[in-house]
Design a protein around this ligand. Structure first.
Ligand SMILES: C[S@@+](CC[C@H](N)C(=O)[O-])C[C@H]1O[C@@H](n2cnc3c(N)ncnc32)[C@H](O)[C@@H]1O
Length: 245
């Protein structure tokens, strides 16, 4: 079996955790460039829309958390908003990703931390975001519960994540790009054997938006809603941390 066809640990468990850590550490310096290239710069707009959904204007001096923060683009999108006077903690368990994002916003603080075991007191944050991160967790339910734990009652969690379009002509075209073109370009630019094969495989193995909405409810979020963007290749879920979480 050629190396590039070996099964990847996309579903969960400690093998996935180790793979994800090693892979992001290896591609950290090429991550931003590839994000913009492979999404034709649309990732910037998706992050803007995620921050728009957070409702930070209700508490502009507040303390916010960006989980699985990577190179801090989503954290900086909030930190650099006009009128934002608070702090954004960008938490990720791969230090080279955080280091590469340093300097993107003076209001962002990077913390090396595992989203499944956050080093923060309960009910500390006024809101949280996670961009293209929950799909990479080895235990999705635990990650959502941990996000609920550190949020104040009434605070919002915004989840930005890839999904796949349902409308057949677009789905077929998209899956061709996602499975054939993207892994090839990703491998050439990142020099990583399978990071950009992991991306489509992990998206296809990830719960559909309806199911993710249900998991958010189970984790203690209320008023959960989502919308699909860009023909359905991305979804933004929003939930409000309920009192009983
Ligand atoms: C696809 S990147 C997303 C980065 C960034 N949020 C963005 O919008 O570009 C996924 C990030 O999740 C991080 N990650 C995955 N599992 C994690 C965990 N259990 N704890 C903390 N970070 C994690 C990875 O290290 C990686 O930086």
């Amino acid at each position: 079996m050629p190396v590039s066809e070996k099964p990847l640990p996309v579903v969960g468990g400690s093998e996935k955790r180790a793979y994800v850590r090693g892979m992001f550490a290896a591609i950290a310096t090429r991550y931003d460039f590839l994000n913009h290239l492979l999404s034709l710069n649309s990732d910037k707009r998706w992050r803007r829309q995620a921050v728009d959904a957070l409702g930070w204007e209700r508490m502009p001096e507040g303390c916010y958390l960006d989980l699985c923060a990577g190179t801090l683009d989503l954290a900086a999108e909030l930190g650099n908003r006009k009128g934002f006077g608070g702090t954004v903690i960008g938490a990720d368990f791969v230090k080279p990703m955080l280091e590469f994002g340093r300097g993107k916003s003076a209001k962002v603080e990077a913390v090396t931390a595992d989203a499944l075991d956050l080093p923060f007191a309960g009910e500390r944050f006024d809101g949280a975001t996670v961009g293209f991160g929950v799909r990479n967790l080895m235990d999705l339910e635990k990650g959502l519960a941990e996000a609920a734990r550190v949020l104040k009652t009434g605070a919002r969690l915004v989840v930005l994540e890839f999904t796949t379009p349902h409308w057949q002509p677009l789905r077929a075209l998209y899956l061709f790009y996602f499975r054939r073109i993207l892994p090839l370009v990703g491998r050439l630019v990142s020099k990583h054997q399978d990071a950009y094969r992991y991306l489509p495989e992990s998206v296809l193995a990830f719960p559909e938006p309806d199911r993710l909405a249900g998991l958010l409810v189970d984790a203690g979020f209320a008023e959960v809603r989502y919308r699909r963007l860009f023909g359905g290749i991305v979804a933004i879920h929003v939930g409000t941390r309920s009192e009983t979480a």
